[in-house]
Ligand binder design. Sequence first.
Ligand SMILES: CC(C)(COP(=O)(O)OP(=O)(O)OC[C@H]1O[C@@H](n2cnc3c(N)ncnc32)[C@H](O)[C@@H]1OP(=O)(O)O)[C@@H](O)C(=O)NCCC(=O)NCCS
Length: 173
Amino acid sequence: MSRLRVIRPRRKYYDSFLSACREAHELNVSGWQPVAPEAFTRWKRTAPLVYFFLRAGLFLPAGVPRMETYWLMDGDTFAAELQLRPYISDDQAIQIGHMGVGVRPGLWGRGFGTQAVRWGIRRLRELGVQQICYICDPENGASTAIAEACGFTRSSYRTLDGQGCEQSVYILR
Ligand SMILES: CC(C)(COP(=O)(O)OP(=O)(O)OC[C@H]1O[C@@H](n2cnc3c(N)ncnc32)[C@H](O)[C@@H]1OP(=O)(O)O)[C@@H](O)C(=O)NCCC(=O)NCCS
């Protein structure tokens, strides 16, 4: 399994990231919200400021939590995105989870999703999160397998995604 480099989003890799977004759009991937192709130009212009505001928790619209975004790079190729939400309350955590992960579709099945979540757990711990919540579509076999491989336990909580579908809440203490 190749080892990925974890970086903060960097202009140099925007095109690689956006090509992964295009792939995910064409395949209608759910569980990750890639940038829509029609928004690429605007996204490139605003991304540095948006990432800065998200990280600093400044000027965020209601309902958008402060978050850190990381990219996992396979050489110069964008492989995965990891969004961490370390500053949410326990109640919010069982609604939206402390992390979200999306892997470039062409690179699925190589262990990258698992590597991303393992790295995310370490980073959340560094930031002081004791009980980590991971939200998982019960139909999403790969996501469920990752949660279990990373030591999470399925809790009795349930939450709903944007389409109103029930999601499982996994917890790691
Ligand atoms: C879910 C996702 C992150 C998995 O990424 P990935 O890099 O393919 O995951 P991995 O290669 O680390 O595989 C994880 C495990 O899932 C297993 N797996 C893959 N597809 C599976 C399926 N359909 N059913 C059951 N298990 C499956 C793999 O065998 C692997 O287990 P193993 O390590 O025991 O072999 C990726 O499919 C993705 O980005 N999906 C869209 C966004 C999403 O759903 N994110 C998760 C919600 S936050």
